[in-house]
Design a protein around this ligand. Structure first.
Ligand SMILES: [Zn+2]
Length: 253
C-alpha cells in the first residue's frame, strides 16, 4: 500500500509550476524544469537550463498524485534521462541538438575504449559556441541499448577478437536497440522549429527522421582517436555505416 502523504501546499505549488505533462502512446512523459545548472566546461562556468523526465502509465494533470508515488517506486534503481538546454532554445532560428547515449565507462571514467566522453564535452562546447541548442543524455542507451552488465560481457568478447557489432550479436542482442521516441517528444515540447543534429551516425539520423524529428542539417563530431579505440572506431565505419569524413573516426553516438 502506498503511504498516505500530506504535502505542504507551498511545496506542491512550487513543483507543479515546473512540471509539464506530455501525452504518449503508452501513457505520459512528465517533464520537470527548467532548473538552472552552472556547468564547468573546459574551465569556464556556463549556465544551462536542465530538464529531467519520467515515464508513467498514469496520465494526469494532478501532479501531486505523481509526486506522491515517487518515494514508493525506488527510482534510484532505474536511470532517468535528462536534457541540458542552452540559449533562447524555443525561439532561435537554428539550434544544435545532440542525442547522447549514456556511456558509463566513457563519460564518467574517461575510458579510451570509445570516444563518448570526448564527444559529450565537445558537443556541449559546440552548443554553447553556436548560441542555442540542447544535449539529450539518454540513460537507457548504454552499450547501444544492451545495458552496462551486458556491455562488460561484450568487452570481454572484444578482448578476445570479436568486434563491437559481433559481440552484441553473440550475446543475443540486436546490434542497436536504441529508442528515441521519448526524447523527441521532449524536444517537441521545448522547441517547434527544425534542428541541426550533431552526429557521425547516419543510422541515428534516419532513426530520428523516422521518429518524426524535424532535422534541417547534420554536423559531424570527430576526434580523440587513440591506439585504444582505433579498431572499435574502424568497426563502426565498416560495419555500422558511420561516415568517416574527418581526420578521425566515430563511435556509436
Ligand atoms: Zn562509449
Amino acid at each position: 500500500m502506498p503511504t498516505v502523504k500530506n504535502f505542504d501546499r507551498k511545496v506542491i505549488s512550487l513543483l507543479q509550476e515546473k512540471i509539464q505533462l506530455i501525452q504518449s502512446e503508452e501513457g505520459a512523459v512528465y517533464l520537470v524544469g527548467p532548473i538552472k545548472l552552472p556547468v564547468n566546461l573546459f574551465g569556464e562556468t556556463v549556465e544551462f537550463n536542465w530538464y529531467c523526465w519520467l515515464n508513467c502509465k498514469e496520465v494526469t494533470e494532478d501532479f501531486e498524485r505523481i509526486i506522491a508515488k515517487l518515494s514508493d517506486i525506488n527510482l534510484a534503481e532505474f536511470q532517468q534521462s535528462s536534457v541540458l538546454v542552452y540559449g533562447d532554445f524555443p525561439h532561435t532560428e537554428q539550434a544544435l541538438i545532440r542525442f547522447h547515449s549514456i556511456c558509463h565507462t566513457g563519460d564518467i571514467f574517461g575510458s579510451k575504449r570509445c570516444d563518448c566522453g570526448y564527444q559529450l564535452k565537445q558537443s556541449m562546447k559546440h552548443i554553447v559556441e553556436h548560441g542555442s541548442g540542447a544535449l539529450f543524455y539518454l540513460a537507457n542507451h548504454e552499450g547501444r541499448g544492451i545495458g552496462l552488465f551486458s556491455k562488460a560481457l561484450a568487452y570481454i568478447l572484444q578482448e578476445n577478437g570479436y568486434d563491437t557489432v559481433d559481440a552484441n550479436l553473440q550475446l543475443g542482442f540486436v546490434d542497436d536497440s536504441r529508442d528515441y521516441s521519448d526524447a523527441i517528444k521532449v524536444l517537441k515540447a521545448l522547441r517547434s522549429k527544425p534542428v541541426t543534429l550533431l552526429t557521425n551516425n547516419p543510422k541515428k539520423l534516419d532513426a530520428l527522421l523516422e521518429a518524426g524529428l524535424d532535422v534541417d542539417d547534420r554536423v559531424p563530431l570527430w576526434g580523440d582517436v587513440s591506439e585504444y579505440n582505433e579498431k572499435y572506431l574502424k568497426t563502426k565505419i565498416v560495419r555500422a555505416g558511420h561516415l568517416n569524413e574527418g581526420e578521425g573516426c566515430c563511435d556509436n553516438n
